[in-house]
Write a protein that binds this ligand. Structure first.
Ligand SMILES: O=C(O)c1cc(=O)[nH]c(=O)n1[C@@H]1O[C@H](COP(=O)(O)O)[C@@H](O)[C@H]1O
Length: 309
């Protein structure tokens, strides 16, 4: 999958992923009303609304991008119907040949991590048969419980040729509270980055990049530069573009000289584009076209701002 990700980034010229984080507030009224007419103002109605919203956006952007990142919390808030909308979204993205990064941020003691890994990357054995549960291509992992919490994900990912992105320096304002603390003179996020390199060496793609990548927020470009230097063969998933304030020129440190090595996420900036003054002309009816235009603008901004052309 890392080889496919690299191939798709090269083909599209778009080192970006669209974050499918559908809050009901972003779903235009006409989409919600139709879903509620069919399913009522219920959890099922909410799940139908976010699924229809996602589907229209995927249809509008899939040819421009290599990957999507559905954030499971946005679906979980609607209980079981929400989880079913999450799974429908994953399957539809696969049908469209998109790489699916499940943003699930898991990590627990070994046996529990193993079960998460089976459910999201691998197959569950049931008697003589085995079944994929969610079947994402990559997932996000919280490594702060240490190697025995991360290793089960790698053990499942290797035979499946799937991967993961490990939280290293996150984009949020208080990420420094713990992650920037100095340990033996170096910030904690650098210690994590060194473990990402070590963990990643167990699972390398033919393209020269590891299946084990890192999450480093676009909102801390100076730290991004240091972390790029430590993790030369690990892809960096970069959140923080758009709604959290980062722009193309902040990303120059995140790419390697081959123009690869990073994939930049934008969620609200793309899926709720029609609400921004810049894309107002599309109106709520044209929400998916507004998302397409926002993707085109993001690609241009990153290619120019990060010096990729
Ligand atoms: O793992 C992530 O994707 C993540 C890590 C991080 O440091 N910061 C961060 O914002 N994210 C996720 O990236 C997405 C950002 O959404 P927007 O701010 O709307 O583009 C959300 O799904 C967050 O959960």
């Amino acid at each position: 999958m890392i080889d496919k990700l690299v191939e798709k980034i090269r083909r599209t010229g778009a080192p970006i992923e669209v974050g499918l984080d559908p809050m009901l507030d972003y779903v235009p009224e006409f989409v919600k009303q139709k879903a509620y007419a069919e399913q009522g103002e219920t959890l099922e109605g909410a799940a139908e609304a976010i699924w229809q919203f996602n589907k229209a956006i995927i249809d509008a952007v899939y040819d421009l991008i290599p990957a999507v990142k559905p954030q499971i919390a946005m679906y979980e808030q609607f209980g079981i119907p929400g989880i079913m909308a999450f799974k429908k979204t994953l399957d539809y993205c696969h049908e469209k040949d998109l790489i699916v990064i499940g943003d699930i941020k898991r990590g627990d003691i070994g046996s529990t991590s193993g079960a998460y890994a089976t459910g999201h990357l691998g197959k569950a054995q049931v008697g003589s048969r085995s079944y994929y549960g969610f079947n994402e291509d990559f997932i996000t992992i919280n490594p702060y419980m240490g190697t025995d919490s991360v290793q089960p994900f790698i053990d499942v990912a290797v035979p499946e040729k799937k991967g993961m992105f490990i939280l290293t320096k996150t984009s949020n304002p208080s990420s420094g509270e713990f992650q920037d603390r100095l340990i033996d003179g170096r910030p904690l996020y650098e210690w994590v980055a060194e473990k990402v390199v070590e963990w990643g060496s167990q699972h390398m793609g033919e393209c020269g990049y590891s299946y084990v990548g890192a999450v480093v927020g676009a909102t801390y470009p100076e730290m991004g530069k240091v972390l790029r230097g430590i993790m030369k063969k690990n892809f960096i998933l970069v959140p923080g573009y758009g709604a959290q304030g980062a722009k193309g020129s902040d990303l120059v440190n995140y790419f390697n000289e081959d123009g690869l090595g990073a994939i930049v996420n934008s969620s609200r900036g793309i899926i709720a584009a029609y609400k921004q003054p810049k894309y107002e002309k599309f109106g709520p009816e044209g929400f998916a076209d507004a998302s397409r235009q926002a993707v085109l603008d993001m690609i241009e901004d990153i290619q120019v701002g990060a010096g990729l052309r």
